[in-house]
Each structure stands twice: as C-alpha cells, then as structure tokens.
Ligand binder design. Structure first.
Ligand code: DQA
Length: 149
C-alpha cells in the first residue's frame, strides 16, 4: 500500500490569506483535510509536512524512504525556481516525487517558467488549484507502491 507524503515549501503555510486571487481561499489545513479524506477513499496512507526552510525540505526527501514513504507530492513553492539542492535531493533518492503547483507558473512571471526540479520528478501537475494535489494522489493510487521510479 502506498504511504504518501504531501510536502509543502515556503509561504504555503500562508494559504488562505496569501494572494487568494492566485492561490485560492482555502488554508493549507483545509487542503490537507480534503486530501486526507481522498486518501482514505483511495486506500492510501498519507502524511503532511510544510517547511519554509530549504534544508528541512532536503532532509524530508532524503529520509522519505527510510520512513516508509512510497511517494512524495511536492509543492516546492519559490524554491522550485532556485534550488539545485532540492533537485539533487530528488535525483539522489529512489522515492518517486510528483511536482505540483496550485497556479500555473508558465502563465506567470518569466522567472517562474523555469523549474529546477521538473527534470528529476516523475511528472508535474500545475494550474488546477487544490485539485493539483488530488490529481497527483490519484496517480499514486493507480501505481504499485513497489514500482518506485
Ligand atoms: C507555487 C508557484 C510558485 O511560483 C510560487 O513561488 C509559490 C506557489 C504554486 O503552488 O502555484 O510559492 O508553487
């Protein structure tokens, strides 16, 4: 059975009050609550972590396998566009990672058009608001926990 970690990076703890026109009005807690219900319905185990610190996100990715995590749904926030360290962490582990974004970064400022992590993730889902996370969860529900990447 899959054991999914939903990992959120910087400023995503501010969801609900942060630029609601772009990111919607749901808080991270509300989004995670909905994902928990969806995971239950899909028969998946799920846990959640948010950090504003790049190194903590790197450590979470490094430790995923030993903690029994079989898939990571990762919104790296602004680190998406800057972090070689996160890219190297994802490339260095067997755990499959799906990159997600609430907004569609390609339709926004040019500096958001580059993702350092896309090439090392198994796929990217963006632009569907909180649904981006659900679509990633659905993908994992259709794959075996042993398949890895
Ligand atoms: C984001 C998009 C990023 O460009 C931005 O820095 C974020 C949120 C999204 O979910 O749309 O913090 O990852």
């Amino acid at each position: 059975m899959h054991n999914i970690l939903v990992l959120n990076g910087p400023n995503l703890n501010l969801l609900g009050k942060r630029e609601p026109g772009i990111y919607g009005s749901l808080t991270l807690e509300e989004i995670n609550g909905q994902l928990r219900l969806e995971a239950e319905n899909l028969g998946l185990s799920i846990s959640f972590m948010q950090s504003n610190h790049e190194g903590e996100l790197v450590t979470a990715i490094q430790k995923a396998e030993e903690e029994g995590i079989t898939g990571v749904i990762f919104n790296a926030g602004a680190y998406t566009h800057t972090s070689v360290a996160l890219r190297d962490a994802i490339a260095g582990v067997k755990t499959p990672v799906i990159e997600v974004h609430l907004s569609n970064p390609h339709a926004r400022e040019e500096f958001r058009h580059v993702s350092y992590i896309s090439p090392v993730c198994i796929g990217t889902i963006c632009g569907f608001g909180r649904e981006s996370y659900s679509l990633a969860l659905t993908h994992f529900s259709k794959t075996s926990a042993e398949s890895g990447k």
